[in-house]
Design a protein around this ligand. Sequence first.
Ligand code: TPP
Ligand code: MG
Length: 306
Amino acid sequence: MPDTLGYLPPIATEHAAGTLADQLVLALAAAGITTYFGVPGGAIEPLFDALARHARAGRVRIVPTRGEAAAGFAADGYYRATGRIAVCTGTTGPGASNLLTPVMSAHADRIPVLVLSPQVALAKQGRGALQESSPDGYDLPAMFERHLRRRCADRYRVAMGLSSMCWAIGAAVGAAVGTSRRTICVTGDGAWLMSSLELTVAVEQHLPITFIILNDRGLGMVRHGQRLGGAESVAHDIAPVRFDRVAEACGAAATRITSADELGQIPAAWLDDDTSGPCVIDVEIDREAVPPMADRVVGLATGVPR
Ligand SMILES: Cc1ncc(C[n+]2csc(CCOP(=O)(O)OP(=O)(O)O)c2C)c(N)n1
Ligand SMILES: [Mg+2]
């Protein structure tokens, strides 16, 4: 077994001595780096796939955080408390940019953290692949075109360019500030957990926003992506949270929907009244229902290019 980081075993092709990610995890473990904080999904999935195997064998510990920034700060705090280096990780694009702040913070305080950040497949670089974070991915004409397309969509808006979790939450705040019109934000529970305390801003500013949480108690895109790609099932479950109660504690109106017939209990004003403040509708959805995942998203989630 290698015992220093300087020694990296030869790169294996698929599944012979494990994947490249397996070898990376083993090499890091041999160097005493065994704790991983991070958010799965997208291009980092091959690492989580390997981590699942090594966690099962008791070699590593995975702590899925609610956001990448928290993963970075966790690795920082882990080092300060133990003197041992931990890994923080996330996907390309929005995952990598969310890691920037903790990395800069650790750097400023000279705290070592190991950041594992993936990149989209070389063959796809510069071609506007989903969540690519190489400079070519952001070329201006493409951004301009996206901008135009977004402006054309009148009431329904998505940010497919980077597909960052939490965009809808912040964007709803901005839209409601800008229009004073009731704005409906449809978000996943994972994204809600990453950024939901922005709800307190909506309360303070008395913004007419209805946050609808599609609550499948997990990172559904990751869960189904892993299944569809035949990968390990890892790091996608989220312990149940009563989002209605959290919202009420923040001063917002809230309700929880657990079956189709309860939909009728949503006050009509919550969907069109411009004068009342924010409300939260926590909708329990079928966690087994496969979302309409486009081929390229499945490819990203599994690390298998399509
Ligand atoms: C900031 C950021 N981190 C990670 C990802 C990768 N990713 C894409 S979808 C997803 C799961 C989202 O979970 P949730 O918000 O609950 O929505 P669901 O897929 O369950 O509908 C993740 C982690 C991302 N898009 N953005
Ligand atoms: Mg979810």
